[in-house]
Write a protein of this length. Structure first.
Length: 174
C-alpha cells in the first residue's frame, strides 16, 4: 500500500500519477471492504450496529495507516514532516480509503430500518463491490485500446482476482 505524496496535489489535478494513486487506493479499499463484508457474513449473525461499527472502523483504520505510512515515508525520504501541499496531497490520495465504506454502510443502514436483512445487505455490498472492480477492469481494458471484448475480459479477470484476494483475506481473518 505504498503512496507517492509527490504525485500531484489534492482535488484531481489531471496528473495521471495522482489519478492513478487515487484509483489504486479506491481499488485496494474496495477489495478490503469485500473481505470485511464476506468475513462478517461468514461469522454468523451480526446486527446492523455491529456491522456498521466494523465497516466504519475498518475504513478509518485503513485511512490512518495510510496517513501514518505516508508521513513516515516522507520523513525518511525528505528528512522532514510533510506539511501544506504535500500533506494535502497525502490526505487526498488516501481519502478513497474512507469512502470505501460508504456503499456498504448505506446497505447496512437499509437493513437497520428493515428494508432487508443484515446478511442480505452484506451480500449486496460484496456483489456491488465486485461489480465495481469489474467496471474498472472493463474501463481499463477498453482504454488500453483492446475494444469491448478485451474490456469485458479484463473486467472479469480483475473482478475474479479482487474477489479471490478478498476471500483469502477474509479466510485469514484480516
Amino acid at each position: 500500500m505504498g503512496h507517492d505524496s509527490t504525485a500531484g496535489g489534492p482535488g484531481g489535478t489531471g496528473d495521471p500519477r495522482f489519478e492513478a494513486a487515487l484509483l489504486k487506493e479506491r481499488i485496494y479499499a474496495t477489495i478490503t471492504m469485500i473481505s470485511v463484508v464476506v468475513g462478517l457474513r461468514a461469522a454468523g449473525h451480526v446486527d446492523a450496529a455491529g456491522a456498521a461499527a466494523t465497516l466504519g472502523t475498518t475504513a478509518v483504520g485503513l485511512w490512518l495507516a495510510a496517513v501514518v505510512a505516508d508521513q513516515q515515508a516522507h520523513r525518511v525520504v525528505h528528512g522532514r514532516v510533510a506539511t501544506g501541499r504535500e500533506l494535502r496531497g497525502m490526505l487526498s490520495v488516501s481519502s478513497p480509503l474512507l469512502l470505501s465504506a460508504a456503499g456498504p454502510l448505506v446497505l447496512v443502514a437499509a437493513a437497520a430500518v428493515g428494508v432487508m436483512a443484515v446478511d442480505t445487505a452484506l451480500l449486496a455490498a460484496a456483489v456491488v463491490s465486485v461489480a465495481g472492480l469489474f467496471g474498472w477492469g472493463c474501463y481499463g481494458g477498453v482504454r488500453m485500446g483492446g475494444g469491448l471484448l478485451a474490456g469485458l475480459l479484463a473486467g472479469a479477470l480483475d473482478a475474479a482476482i479482487g474477489l479471490t484476494v478478498a476471500l483469502v483475506k477474509a479466510a485469514a481473518g484480516h
